[in-house]
Design a protein around this ligand. Structure first.
Ligand SMILES: Cc1cc2nc3c(=O)[nH]c(=O)nc-3n(C[C@H](O)[C@H](O)[C@H](O)COP(=O)(O)OP(=O)(O)OC[C@H]3O[C@@H](n4cnc5c(N)ncnc54)[C@H](O)[C@@H]3O)c2cc1C
Length: 565
């Protein structure tokens, strides 16, 4: 505990009780809970006002929004959570020259933990707007704070602190739906799998729930939500940022995949008032990738979720607002400013729009596949899905890079991967490094000219049959999961007939979009741009999406502030 050497280790709660894994952020005290130098603390103090706190005075509570930043001068601030059994538990204690806060200080979401003074204390309170100014004007301090905030959130997730409990059968599609939502939004949670966990029964009794109510999300101190819709869960957890509906944003970015997040970072950092609307969670398709190995600057690869998490914080640091779990349902493109209608009937007004809604994986189309959606048929291969089929045989369908990555990733933990492609091989559709890994792996068998002919199982998938077109031979295996990665369809239905689309439904841009085209990303509607996978003819890669998202901001500037020739 380098940074809190003179405090009582008992006050650290869980952090002090067991030796910590070096990868655990709580083992990296000097970065996660840094003690600032006198000089840095002095500079920070100039952005706020000094206050005295009574012993145990509460300074912020779980569920509050827009809380201030506190620097401790004397005494201490304890950060605590409310446990499932309604007791409080101190997560950490900040002493002199240490500071409060984690990632929610960069947005308007409800915070996860509470804070109270230890003994009588002296602190500096820095208001939100001044905190933002501090981070941008003092880059060295901003870096220390940003690193600490990211590590603190990772610590909360790793130790399931300040979060919720998800109770349900691990193999149910709804449990997976809720777990994916919480994970992809980096919301701390603990899963009590009623198929395996002996504690689950006691938990259900405690909240007067039966197995018919499952899955449920238990929010400490606020009861249980029975199988909530994602938008309802997001609202309940305060994940959706609130904003004034009279605001006219300079630019609304629809979709928070790599392309949308890049557009948000560049637009916000260049001073445009920016809002991002995302129907599920930041990261898009890339967020479901276990490891992206061809993105510049990450020689050992980076998980899609880590990349998305960093990009989201970066966009918020520059002031972009993020409306998560809100889908754009329509664009009124004859009005100025443009009006985006959301699925909850709210409206967002913006002077320019960047469409970055990407694409989603095609359904398998095998007989009876709807029955096993989320209960054996998956469209992403992350650690969550891999856990569900540990030591079982699985099928990966598809011959592209995403299928190759999934096969290689799953081969580490499942019993065997059967890889099915319709064509004669992988060479034409997959990067060579993946083809080689698949060929070398004893855990993966490739079946060419293959197509699924039957699925079987009671409550979840248990067996799959596939057929070889060329020979007519059929193979049946006990299979717990199919990973369907067979190409994507654009998310453009919500655009109605506002923009010109190509025959497959992708947004046409550039000169092909008509006379208004002033950039390769202009659409048939002046002031509306399209970037990333949703764009007709785009290269379907993370780097391409990021590049397009960054570059489009220049065209948005030109549209908003035309310069006379
Ligand atoms: C499993 C997998 C592995 C991959 N691996 C790699 C790799 O290693 N390297 C690589 O370069 N590429 C990889 N790709 C491809 C890469 O992820 C995509 O090219 C990239 O994510 C496209 O980014 P995007 O922002 O254009 O769209 P997307 O990532 O599709 O993001 C679009 C976002 O828009 C949201 N959205 C959709 N409709 C609406 C709406 N109406 N309102 C609000 N929001 C909406 C979606 O929820 C989504 O978050 C992989 C893809 C997958 C699926």
């Amino acid at each position: 505990m380098t940074s809190a050497g003179d405090d009582d280790p008992a006050e650290h709660g869980d952090r002090a009780q067991a030796p910590l894994d070096p990868a655990d952020p709580y083992a990296r005290d000097a970065q996660t809970f840094p003690r600032l130098s006198e000089e840095m603390a002095g500079r920070i103090a100039r952005y706020g006002a000094e206050e005295r706190l009574e012993p145990h005075q509460v300074v912020f509570s779980r569920g509050d929004r827009s809380v201030d930043f506190f620097l401790v001068l004397e005494g201490a601030i304890e950060i605590f959570e409310l446990r499932d059994d309604r007791t409080t538990h101190v997560v950490t204690t900040h002493h002199s020259r240490q500071f409060t806060g984690e990632l929610d200080l960069f947005n308007d979401r409800q915070i996860l933990v509470s804070g109270r003074a230890g003994p009588a204390s002296r602190v500096v309170r820095i208001r939100r707007a001044d905190f933002r100014r501090l981070v941008q004007s003092e880059p060295d301090v901003g870096e220390v704070i940003m690193r600490a905030f990211i590590l603190r959130r990772v610590g909360l997730i790793r130790h399931s602190q300040g979060g919720v409990v998800l109770i349900g059968p691990g193999h149910s599609a709804d449990t997976l739906r809720l777990q994916q939502f919480l994970t992809r939004n980096a919301y701390p949670h603990r899963l009590l799998d009623t198929e395996h966990d002996s504690d689950a029964g006691g938990f259900l009794d405690c909240f007067s729930l039966t197995r018919a109510d499952l899955p449920v999300v238990v929010v400490p101190g606020a009861g249980a939500l029975r199988n909530p819709a994602l938008a309802a869960l997001a609202d309940h957890l305060g994940l959706t940022e609130r904003f004034d509906h009279d605001t006219v944003f300079d630019v609304a970015v629809v979709g928070a995949g790599p392309a949308g997040l890049a557009a948000a970072v560049y637009a916000a950092s260049e001073g445009l008032q920016t809002i991002v609307i995302e129907s599920l969670a930041p990261g898009g398709q890339a967020g479901t990738s276990s490891k992206i190995e061809n993105y510049l600057g990450f020689p050992t690869g980076i998980s899609g979720q880590a990349l998305a998490g960093r990009a989201q914080v970066q966009a918020q640091k520059f002031g972009a607002r993020l409306a998560v779990s809100r889908a754009a349902a329509g664009l009124e493109c004859t009005q100025r400013p443009f009006v985006l209608r959301l699925d909850d009937n709210a409206a967002i007004r913006a002077r320019a729009v960047v469409v970055a809604t990407g694409a989603r994986y095609r359904r398998l189309g095998s007989p009876g596949d709807e029955r096993f959606e989320g209960q054996g048929i998956y469209y992403a291969a992350t650690a969550m899905e891999a856990d569900l089929c540990r030591d079982a045989e699985v099928v990966v369908v598809g011959g592209g890079n995403s299928a190759g990555q999934a096969a290689v990733f799953l081969a580490r933990s499942v019993k065997h991967v059967h890889m099915l492609v319709r064509s004669a091989g992988l060479a034409a559709t997959m990067s060579d490094y993946l083809v080689q890994r698949i060929e070398r792996s004893a855990q993966i068998t490739l079946y060419t000219h293959a197509e699924i002919s039957a699925l079987d199982g009671e409550r979840s998938l248990s067996s799959v049959t596939w057929r070889d077109h060329s020979s007519g031979a059929e193979t049946t295996r006990p299979v717990a999961a199919i990973f369907a990665m067979i190409g994507a369809e654009p998310n453009t239905r919500w655009l109605g007939d506002c923009l010109a689309l190509d025959a497959q439904g992708f947004v046409v841009t550039g000169t092909k979009a008509g006379a208004a085209a002033d950039s390769p990303y202009s659409t048939s509607q002046a002031g509306v741009y399209a970037v990333g996978d949703v764009r007709s003819g785009s290269v379907k890669r993370v780097a391409a999406g990021v590049g397009e998202g960054s570059v489009v901001v220049q065209a948005v500037h030109r549209f908003l502030h035309p310069v006379a020739d």
